[in-house]
Each structure stands twice: as structure tokens, then as C-alpha cells.
Design a protein around this ligand. Structure first.
Ligand code: ZN
Length: 152
């Protein structure tokens, strides 16, 4: 039990740390792609900036406002995916969205630092906060210059 408790504390610290001091929280100018992600249910709104160099992400940054979960998720995502090859990035996006979305309380392990947000899966209304940045990046990679919204 003690170990589990330590893990919960560690995860909470990771989320707080990223939400209070988001990594790569800046505008890229110029940016190859700029895309807005919006989760109206919670009020999370972010602009994602992406620069691509051949087949890898050269730079990835964001600006925005939202709850701690959405900001931490975007911050963790930029740290995980900057400088990564695009095919790896695509795989990571599918993996993260897949482990958060389908079953709500799924216990499937989550890759990398996003595991810190795994507790969100117990709260279906917050899952969209955790996946917003990832869905926005997925759209940016498909070259959509649009606004991604979690509600149609
Ligand atoms: Zn939110």
C-alpha cells in the first residue's frame, strides 16, 4: 500500500509541476502548422505550434489556458514528442488516446510521463481534458488548419 501511495503522490506532483510551469509554453514564429484545440465542456483552449523537419518534429510548443489536467497533458506531450520521428509520434498519439478513451476505467499501462494522468480515467468528464492536446496534434499532423473541438 505504501508503494501505491508514493506513486499517487509522485503522479500528483508531476501533474502540478507541469501545470504550474508548463514546458515549451511559447509561440513558435514562424510555425509550419498552427492549430487550436478547444474543449468547451471544461473551457480548455490551446494553440499548438509545430515545426517539421523532413520526417521528424523539429519543434513543438503551445500556449493556452485551461485546467491543470489539460495544461499538464500538453506540457508532457511536448516534452515527449519534440525531436521525435513522425512515425513514432503517430504511434505515441494513438497509444495515449487509445489508453485514455475507450473504456474509461481501463487499467492498461500508459506510456511515459502521461502515466501521471492515468487517474483521470476514473472521471469520464475529464478524459477530454487529458486528450485534447494529443487530438489537436493529430489533426496538425494531418495538415488540418482548423480548430479541433471535443464537442461537435
Ligand atoms: Zn479541462
Amino acid at each position: 500500500m505504501a508503494e501505491t501511495q508514493d506513486l499517487v503522490t509522485l503522479y500528483r506532483q508531476t501533474v502540478l509541476d507541469h501545470s504550474r510551469q508548463p514546458r515549451n509554453f511559447r509561440r513558435l514564429d514562424p510555425a509550419d502548422r498552427t492549430i487550436v484545440g478547444h474543449n468547451p465542456l471544461c473551457g480548455d483552449k490551446m494553440t499548438l505550434y509545430l515545426n517539421i523537419d523532413q520526417d521528424r518534429i523539429e519543434d513543438l510548443a503551445f500556449e493556452g489556458t485551461g485546467c491543470a489536467i489539460s495544461m499538464a497533458s500538453a506540457s508532457i506531450m511536448t516534452e515527449m514528442l519534440r525531436h521525435r520521428a513522425l512515425d513514432e509520434v503517430q504511434h505515441e498519439i494513438e497509444s495515449v488516446i487509445g489508453t485514455f478513451e475507450p473504456h474509461g476505467q481501463d487499467d492498461t499501462p500508459i506510456a511515459g510521463a502521461m502515466a501521471a494522468l492515468g487517474g483521470v480515467r476514473a472521471y469520464p468528464s475529464r478524459i477530454k481534458c487529458a486528450t485534447l492536446a494529443w487530438k489537436t496534434l493529430a489533426a496538425a499532423l494531418q495538415n488540418q488548419n482548423t480548430t479541433v473541438t471535443t464537442e461537435d
